[in-house]
Structures are given as C-alpha cells and as structure tokens.
Write a protein that binds this ligand. Structure first.
Ligand code: IPM
Ligand code: MG
Length: 358
C-alpha cells in the first residue's frame, strides 16, 4: 500500500471549512481506491495562532513540515491582522523556503458553470497558467527610509535571475508539451520593463530550442488581458511573472465562472521539499461560519495534489465527481448562484465516490 503523509493547514476563515471537507473527500477516495493511504496531520497555524503567540507559525514550523509528502492549505488573511503579516508569516514563508517556484493554475469552464463571456465554453477556454512563484515582484527586496517624513522613499525591487527564469520557462514548456495542443504563450511587459523582462524574452527563446514541438508566442501583459477576453480559444498554456500571473489568474478565475472553484499548486518540481496545494479563493471572512463556502476549489486542488503524489486514477475519479456536481444546479453554492451548502456538496461528492460511478 502506498502511503502519503499530508500536512493540513486550514488557516483562516473559510479555509477551515473547505479543508475539513477536502480531508473527508480524500479519505473516501483512498478508501475506495484501496491502493494508497493518506495520513493527515493538521496544524492550527494562522491568524488565531498569531493572536495567541505573536507569530503565524512556530519557529520550527518549516522543519516540521519538511518530512511531509504534500501540504494541503486552506487560506490566510484576517480583518484584524495586516495582510503582509499573515502572508509573509505563513504562506509566502512556506512557498519561498520550500522553493515552490512553479505555481500552476488551471482555468477551465466546468459543466453547468456559466462564464461571463458570451461564447466561452469548455471547448474553447481550457488554460493552465504557470506563475513564477519564487522571485520577480514578490522577492521581498526593498525598503522604506525616512518613514513619515515628506522625503520618505520606498523601493520594491523586482528580482529576475537567469536560473529562476530558466527553470520556470523549462517547466512551462514541458507542461505545454504534455497537453494536446502543445501551445505556450510567454507573457511579459518587456516594452516598458526593459531589463528583467527583456531577459525573460531572451531566455524563452533559448529554452524554446529544447522544445521544438511546442508552438509558442509572446504577449505583453496588457494586451494579454484583451486576448483572454476576446480570443480565449487561442490560448492554452501561459507563463508569466509572479505579479503579472497573479493578476491574470484572477481574470481567468472570473472568466471560468467562479473564484470559488479555482485551484492552485505551488510546486517544488524536483521534490526536494514538499509542494503545497490550495484553493485560490482566500479566507472570505464575509461568509465564514455560514456553511456556504464552495468546497469545489479545495477538491479540484486535491486532484492536483493526488496527481503530484502519483495517484492519477484517484485524481481523475475526483475530477469526474466534481464535474458531476457542477453539472447539477441543486449542488451550486451561493457563489454560483445556488443555495447548496458546503456539507451538501461534500456529501454528494462522497456519495459519487462511494457509489463507484465517477
Ligand atoms: C494569490 C493571492 C496572493 C498572491 C495574495 C493573497 C498575496 O492573490 O494567491 O493569487 O498574490 O500571491
Ligand atoms: Mg491572486
């Protein structure tokens, strides 16, 4: 029996509700499959922990996570704790220390989900956006001097390294090659950002030579937003910097009909450190505790985690169960315009899994 150790970090807000649901679903899948087992350990890190201890996770937090095969993460962010504290104290601390340099965000219209784009369907909108996740605009470089004085200055320095850009480019080309269309779009802003992003373009050209079977093109990020809306069918795999892809993935999540469904993998492709899987929706304090959070983002995320663990059959079964749920409007939570609860959707998915017909 294959055994996988999973660290669950539900975190804040609805993160707790959806990770709870995700663990139930994953347990049901493992039971049905019979070939693998999942051992979860849950960590109570996040904003509550911060209020008690003044830190988002203990000093040995990363050392405790390191032996796990994967991290299943809910969300961080609370109204009374500054966002940069919650983020840098937990999520970004994990992503950066564990060198999870590839952030992978599929965007696809699932059955029964209405895109705000008039003509978009599952057939013509099926993307994977690869976000550089270790440097760029999120490198944390910079500072403030003369705080509060009229001459105060602040710098926020974007860092692009040849090693960092080359590895994300290779990851993106390889991912594009693994998909039927073998099509990659490299996004930059190399007309205005004339150093780091011109290097992106150069390195894209160099890496492309290693992947002669992949068709690729370049887009400036502003024009890319228009192309995503007006010609979604011309895109397949996309690679962009940390900040550009942050923005593009919100647009993508909106275009596929709900932020509540979108998943993310923060991958350390070499496997030296555990990778981390999270729904993209965040802590959503406005609906916390109401039992109406959409758990499908956490479930789709779980399919990515299962893929990463090598459990392809279980991953595919869960994805089919998710698509069955989205196809049924009585299983739509309020973010999709329905009335279903987190529990009802979770129970239905578990029912599909146990029924063996997903
Ligand atoms: C995301 C989020 C985060 C990010 C925020 C919460 C810092 O928007 O995962 O896309 O920008 O990385
Ligand atoms: Mg974002």
């Amino acid at each position: 029996m294959r055994r996988h150790r999973i660290a669950a970090i539900p975190g804040d807000g609805i993160g707790q509700e959806v990770i709870d649901a995700g663990v139930r679903v994953l347990d049901a899948l493992a039971k049905r499959d019979g070939g693998f087992g999942l051992a979860f350990e849950t960590f109570d890190w996040g904003s509550d922990y911060y209020r008690k201890h003044g830190v988002m996770m203990p000093a040995d937090g990363l050392a405790r996570l390191k032996p796990f095969d994967a991290i299943y993460f809910g969300a961080v962010g609370a109204p009374d704790v500054p966002d940069h504290v919650t983020l840098w104290g937990l999520r970004l601390a994990i992503c950066q220390s564990f060198d999870q340099y590839a952030n992978v965000r599929p965007a696809r219209i699932l059955p029964g989900i209405q895109s705000p784009l008039r003509n978009a369907t599952a057939k013509n909108l099926d993307w994977v956006i690869v976000r550089e996740n270790s440097e760029g605009e999120y490198a944390g470089q910079g500072g403030r001097s003369h705080k509060g004085l009229p001459e105060e200055i602040a710098t926020e320095v974007a860092i692009f390294t040849r090693a960092g850009v080359t590895r994300i480019m290779r990851y993106a080309f390889a991912l594009a090659r693994s998909r039927p269309r073998k099509l990659l779009t490299v996004v930059t802003k190399s007309n205005a950002q004339r150093h780091g992003l011109v290097m992106w373009d150069d390195i894209a050209g160099e890496v492309a030579v290693e992947f002669p079977d992949v068709t690729w093109d370049k887009m400036l990020v502003d024009a890319m937003t228009m192309r995503m809306v007006l010609r979604p069918e011309t895109l397949d795999t996309v690679v962009a910097t940390n900040l550009h892809a942050d923005i593009l993935t919100d647009l993508a999540a909106a275009l596929v009909g709900s932020l509540g469904i979108a998943p993310t993998a923060n991958l350390n492709p070499g496997g030296k450190f555990p990778s981390m899987f999270e729904p993209i929706h965040g802590s959503a304090f406005d609906i916390m505790g109401k039992g109406i959070a959409n758990p499908l983002g956490a479930f789709w995320t779980a399919t990515m985690m299962l893929d990463h663990l090598g459990e392809k059959a279980a991953s595919a079964a869960l994805m089919r169960a998710i698509e069955r749920a989205t196809a049924d409007p009585t299983l739509h939570t309020p973010d999709l315009g329905g009335k279903a609860t987190t529990k009802a959707v979770t129970d239905a998915i578990i029912g599909f899994i146990q029924g063996g017909n997903t």
